[in-house]
Design a protein around this ligand. Sequence first.
Ligand code: AVI
Length: 318
Amino acid sequence: MLKPEIEDGQASLADPQFRADVLAGLERRPRAIPARWFYDRRGSELFEAITDLPEYYPTRTETAMLGTACPQVAEIAGPGRAVVEFGSGSSVKTPLLLSTVRPSAYVPIDISGDFLRESSRVLSAAFPELLVLPFEADFLRPLALPQTIAATPKLGFFPGSTIGNMIPLMAVDLLRAMRASLGEGAMLLIGMDRIKDEGTLVAAYDDAAGVTAAFNRNLLERINRELDGTIPIDAFAHEARWNDDRARIEMHLVATRDVSFAVDGRPFSVGAGESIHTENSHKYGSRDARILLRSGGWTPIREWTDPDSLFGLYLAEA
Ligand code: AVI
């Protein structure tokens, strides 16, 4: 996932981009704050908890699918590739891939050095023979990967349906950037959550235990902590909506009453019923996913799904 920096947060230490995104997002109509700011330390913990929820099927479904798909990916991709993961790696999915594909090197790319160093340390301990080359960078743009693996064919790995958190225009740009970064002869293994009945989708983003609600509201807490905010958190309700026109789940924070507050010394008023849009999670049917991949310069060559067609895993070549 696109995990940004972990910060414990004080107003004076706030990321200037966070301040700019929040102030601009509260100013505009409809109000919207980019989802990347969910992931401070608390937000990352809450996201981990979400992945274990009974309603949140994507993580366990994709993980089970990787068990079947990875040996086949290994056969198609052949030995000795460098696995390049976009994001700092999951403690379960990445080992599944590395143990079957047996790459010559593993390059996790993340904008957050903290996440990257920690997950690289854990993976190096689990795979002591493997050359692990953590790469701190924003993978939304084409990258010059380490010289050591310049001549090695690459296998990109982008699980978790994180691509769904981008609008399609950005998703295509990202796929193109990945193709440019990985070079000729590359392959890409990517997960995308599928379109399904609205009830299942909404429940996955509005769980009975309220963990996703806490994850959403933590953004307001982060604003209060880091940007000297005075937002009354209890005046905002978590809402997950299926936008059928755009094939996406939207998360919103909806004001339950008229509220006035300040952020970084600037006053804001939000009327009862008004929302702050905090996340999009686009869902792709099999054909949609293949069109998206082709638009991004990739040719899909294999596809896996689960018995209930909840989630899709795609292998594509450059
Ligand atoms: C990280 N990303 C793929 C998650 C998703 O499903 O869109 C983030 C998430 N938001 C609420 N629950 C999970």
